[in-house]
Design a protein around this ligand. Structure first.
Ligand SMILES: *[C@@H]1O[C@H](CO)[C@@H](O)[C@H](O)[C@H]1NC(C)=O
Ligand SMILES: *[C@@H]1O[C@H](CO)[C@@H](O)[C@H](O)[C@H]1NC(C)=O
Ligand SMILES: CC(=O)N[C@H]1CO[C@H](CO)[C@@H](O)[C@@H]1O
Length: 414
């Protein structure tokens, strides 16, 4: 995803030459790429930046006449006090794909069945998740995978924090296949803050039970530096956000005390982890109170999701928004002001022209704000067919992998 200075420079010279003879692209609009025939110059105050061979777009900033000074465009918004663990060079630390399958059988009320899980591994009669991840790393440059799993699978349908060793061995096969690629691997409990319809800490499993689950998972991966702990997928309709933050705190404390002292932990807010309402819904303030046992907030990252379709459900093939003005721009301001970072662990759209346009715009914006955004993870490959509306599953023809068009156009770093 590294910003290409040479192309920027070339484009800038070109744009001076053409002198806006045929109209200019607006900020965040496409301005180049294979097959593109629209305006290739950008309005004043923005420059055309190459995202990949298929897509260049106008990003805020001015072209430097001495481009060797920096590999990043300056957005002029980053104060010197911003968090430093993310890349500051205009490229994101993480780009990845969800490898779905162990979450199959989960519903949004947190009811899952262990038997509904379908491991995305050939040895368990699933798709070749291992081959997919190797392809995604080697051919596309991805470096993170999110591995959703139902709580019920981990405990073999018992409402408990005690893990079923046989089931964990199956899930661990996917985690190890992920780690073997050299990528980071998000362990994501895909339960919508619930177990069989009842909310954790608010009528459902106690915070102690939830903490025990995470203590056991964290003990398993305490020495795996590349494991990232995704505390919970998509809480929604949580009546008491402060109580939910206490449940998240219980998980964080359990993870750290189990010996996983340095890994990233992802903190999920209400309303399906919406990036758009993370601040307004009260999630940001409540989750800001969550700390490590030593009182620090080191490596505690806000988890946000955002789809680009008309109802934000991630179920429609067409996209209608790049989410910048309504979600990622105001959220970036909040994060910067408060010294925090976020990770967009679910986004995506159909393999359509509208989604290629808007998702590329969204990702480019995140790259420009990589001081506060760690990266993104597309939904989804694994056991989904390429024909699934949001399918990102590559097809394997005798060892030659072919990506879906949205992965090629926007998601793949190279
Ligand atoms: C946050 O969202 C929930 C639904 O997920 C809603 O019930 C609640 O009223 C919202 N709170 C605020 C402060 O907007
Ligand atoms: C949840 O987020 C979506 C956008 O992501 C928004 O349209 C909706 O109003 C939000 N709901 C609540 C209750 O905050
Ligand atoms: C947008 C989307 O595809 N969401 C999926 C999230 O995960 C659950 C459980 O696997 C699916 O049912 C949803 O469709």
């Amino acid at each position: 995803m590294a910003f290409n200075v040479k192309s920027l420079y070339a484009f800038t010279l070109l744009s001076v030459w053409i002198a806006s003879a045929r109209g200019q692209a607006q900020e965040w609009q496409q301005c180049g790429g294979i097959g593109f025939s629209g305006a290739t110059t950008c309005v004043s105050g923005s420059v055309c930046s190459e995202i990949n061979d298929y897509y260049s777009q106008c990003v805020p900033g001015v072209a430097s006449s001495a481009p060797a000074t920096s590999t990043a465009t300056s957005t002029s918004t980053a104060p010197s006090s911003t968090p430093s663990s993310g890349s500051s060079s205009g490229s994101l630390r993480f780009a990845g794909v969800n490898i779905s399958g162990f979450d199959f059988g989960c519903n949004s009320d947190g009811s899952c069945t262990a038997s509904g899980a379908w491991p995305p591994l050939l040895q368990y009669y699933g798709h070749d998740g291992q081959g997919q991840m190797q392809h995604f790393v080697n051919d596309d440059g991805f470096n993170v995978f999110r591995l959703p799993v139902g709580w019920q699978f981990l405990t073999n349908d018992v409402m408990s924090g005690d893990i079923d060793e046989d089931n964990l061995a199956e899930y661990d096969a996917l985690v190890q296949a992920c780690l073997a690629t050299g990528a980071s691997c998000i362990v994501d409990v895909h339960n919508y803050a619930r177990f069989n319809g009842e909310i954790i800490g608010q009528g459902g499993p106690s915070n102690d039970i939830f903490a025990t689950l995470w203590s056991n998972l964290a003990a398993k991966y305490a020495t795996s530096d590349n494991v990232i702990f995704g505390v919970m997928n998509e809480p929604h309709d949580i009546p008491d956000i402060v109580a939910w933050a206490a449940s998240v705190q219980a998980a964080v404390t359990a993870i750290r005390q189990a010996g996983a002292t340095t890994q990233l932990i992802l903190l999920p807010g209400n309303n399906w982890t919406s990036a758009e309402t993370f601040v307004s819904n009260g999630s940001a303030d409540a989750l800001s109170q969550v700390t490590n046992p030593d009182g620090s907030i080191t490596n505690l990252i806000f988890d946000v999701h955002k789809y680009l379709d008309s109802d934000n459900s991630g179920t429609n093939a067409e996209c209608v928004t790049n989410n910048i003005d309504d979600a990622f721009s105001p959220l970036a301001d909040y994060l910067r002001t408060n010294g925090r970072q976020a990770f967009n662990t679910e986004t995506g759209g159909g393999n359509t022209a509208s989604c290629a346009q808007y998702l590329c715009e969204q990702i480019a914006f995140m790259q420009q704000n990589s001081d506060v955004y760690l990266g993104y993870v597309g939904w989804a490959a694994g056991n989904f067919d390429p024909t699934y509306v949001l399918g990102e599953t590559p097809t394997d023809n005798g060892g030659v992998w072919t990506d879906t068009s949205l992965v090629s156009a926007c998601l793949a770093p190279k």
